[in-house]
Design a protein around this ligand. Structure first.
Ligand code: ADP
Length: 159
């Protein structure tokens, strides 16, 4: 696997414009960006794993530099199995930092040769989280400027 591959892991329940922005900007730095969608969570997802995979594939359809892959279990195990070396994560707030710092150090302890790279959110998307999106949609608000059009349509179906 070439060095300039970044794995952008997450739950993506659902994908937001904040996520898309991180992927788009990462493409300027890395040859390939792999959106790695986690199957495991202690959260109860709104979108099933199959839906999250299908929607991410639809969002990046035709984009040669982005691949969508599933992973189950520990991220570092999936990375090692595929010989991936770089984790990409987005940062919005100080509270993101605390969590991400802990995760990056834990991952480093488990797998010495895997590095985590962080990208700051674009200020336009700094307030956007999947949780907030779901809450606004549930209460009947419009999230059109916060998520890709296909996600907005699916949220309308759900609520
Ligand atoms: P998690 O893996 O914690 O469930 P998500 O699936 O929501 O997180 O997001 C995956 C990654 O994208 C995380 O690194 C998260 O910090 C980042 N991210 C989420 N929303 C935004 C945003 N609006 N701007 C930049 N990065 C974001």
């Amino acid at each position: 696997m070439p060095k300039s591959t970044a794995v952008y892991p997450g739950f993506f329940d659902p994908f937001t414009l904040g996520h898309v922005n991180i992927v788009d900007r990462a493409k300027d730095v890395f040859d390939t960006v792999i959106v790695a969608i986690s199957k495991d969570s202690n959260k109860d997802p709104l979108f099933s794993f199959d839906e999250r995979m299908a929607l991410a594939e639809e969002i990046f359809k035709g984009d040669q530099s982005v691949r969508v892959e599933p992973f189950q279990g520990l991220l570092v195990h999936y990375m090692e199995k595929n010989d991936y070396r770089t984790i990409l994560r987005g940062l919005r707030t100080v509270s993101d930092f605390e969590y991400e710092f802990q995760m990056a150090l834990a991952n480093k302890t488990m797998s010495q040769h895997i590095e985590t790279f962080f990208m700051m959110t674009d200020s336009r998307y700094s307030f956007i989280s999947s949780t907030l999106i779901k809450e606004i949609a549930r209460l009947g608000g419009s999230v059109d400027n916060m998520v890709p059009a296909i996600i907005s349509a699916k949220l309308k179906d759900k609520f």
